[in-house]
Write a protein that binds this ligand. Sequence first.
Ligand code: E4P
Length: 217
Amino acid sequence: MRFFLDTAALAEIEEAAALGILDGVTTNPSLMAKVGVVDFDAHYKAIASLTSGPVSAEVISTQYADIVTEARHLARLAPNIVVKIPFIPDGVKALKTLKEEGIPTNCTLIFSPLQALIAAKAGATYVSPFLGRLDDIGHQGMELIRQIRQIFDNYGFETYILAASLRHPLHVLECALEGADVGTMPFSVLKQLFHHPLTDKGLAQFLADYEKLHARS
Ligand code: E4P
C-alpha cells in the first residue's frame, strides 16, 4: 500500500519524505487554508518539488468547462500533479475529457461504492473514499473500501483506491487488509504508525545492557 501525506504543510512533507516512505501528497482547499496559503499555484509547485510522487491539487470550479480549464492549468504546474475533481456530474464529465488528454485525476468526496464505480467508468486515475467522515455520522467507512475493492476487481478497473479521511492507525491497518491501493493520512497518523511500547521498552533494555557491559570493562 502506498502512503500519501494528507497535508499542505511543507515542513511535514519534508520530514515525511526524509523517512523514505512517502509516496505522494494529497491536499484540499481546507488543508491549504489551514496553513494560510495565499498563492495556491506557488504552493503546489513547492509541494511537488518535495516528492517525486503524485501531488493532488483540487479544482475550485464546479462547471464542466471551468473544471477542465482549471485542471489543465494545475497539471502544467509540475509533472507530478494529479488533479482532484469533486464527484459531481460536471466533474465526472471532466474526468473523461482529462483522461483523453492524459491528465491524471483523483475523484474526491466519494461516499458510496456506486459513486466510485461511476468515477472509474469515467476514467479516474484515483478515487478518494472518505472513511473518517462516514464513521463520523455512524456509518461503516471501512465497508465502503471493501465494496469498492470488490467492484473494481470484478470488472478489472485500473483506478486506484485512495483511502482518505483516515483518522488513526486502525484505519490504515484495515485499509491495508482490505487492499486499498493508497492511504492518505495526516502526519500525526503516519508518526503513530512507527510506535509500539514494546519496541521502545525493548530498545531501552538493549541499550541499558550494552551500557552495563561496557561500564564493567
Ligand atoms: C484527502 O484527499 C481528503 O481531502 C482528506 O483526507 C479529508 O480528510 P478529513 O475528512 O479529515 O478532512
